[in-house]
Design a protein around this ligand. Sequence first.
Ligand SMILES: *[C@@H]1O[C@H](CO)[C@@H](O)[C@H](O)[C@H]1NC(C)=O
Ligand SMILES: *[C@@H]1O[C@H](CO)[C@@H](O)[C@H](O)[C@H]1NC(C)=O
Length: 220
Amino acid sequence: MGSKACYFFGAIFCSMLFMPTCIHGVTLPEIRDLRAKHRFSCLLVFGDSSVDPGNNNRLTTSSKSNFLPYGKDFIGGRPTGRFCNGRLATDFISEALGFSRTVHGFLEPNITNMDLLRSVSFASAGSGYDELTSNLTNTISLNKQINYMKHYMKHLRQIVGYKKANEIISKAVIIMSTGVNDYLRNYFLEPTRPKQFTLDKYQDYLVSRMRHSIQVKFIS
Ligand SMILES: *[C@@H]1O[C@H](CO)[C@@H](O)[C@H](O)[C@H]1NC(C)=O
Ligand SMILES: *[C@@H]1O[C@H](CO)[C@@H](O)[C@H](O)[C@H]1NC(C)=O
């Protein structure tokens, strides 16, 4: 097998702030059509608290939400680490795609092989495109999330074999939802980045970090 460069531009790409052109409403029938048309295999999620299903529960960080009233409307009325009273948008998308009702956090200790084949989130509340944001909040940076994805690929190969694993990855729906913390928990709070960048230039910097993070080269 040779090496293959995979450029990860998500089929559905949601970036919360300053990228309004990427935001597009999708209806349930449209999601089902998309799935049928592209034969999507699974859902992989990267980002911040908007899509973290509880990965931060395993970290030493103050960015946690594993206590009530978070989760009071979740299945079973229990807190999971989601920054939400119920399910996250990505849980609904996973269900709409026909995978599972909830997306599992990659760091969940009891994550099953079946979960890995459906919907997995590498997201970490408090993180952003800028590695400094994750350093300030003690959370998992986008780069590290992508490193975890490499571990995920190893697991996948063990479960279904090399060829099938590559097929699954090439047909995955990837959602990335992040960026808010780069402003709210970094640029507008801490002196480091404002000294280096004007607000405009910081936006360019974030875009360059995003590009760097998502152009991952997988050595097969
Ligand atoms: C996995 O662990 C989480 C948290 O410890 C728990 O909420 C969940 O019910 C467990 N899932 C299974 C399938 O045991
Ligand atoms: C974040 O922390 C890591 C580990 O301490 C360090 O190597 C890296 O340079 C830091 N990044 C930024 C942007 O501060």
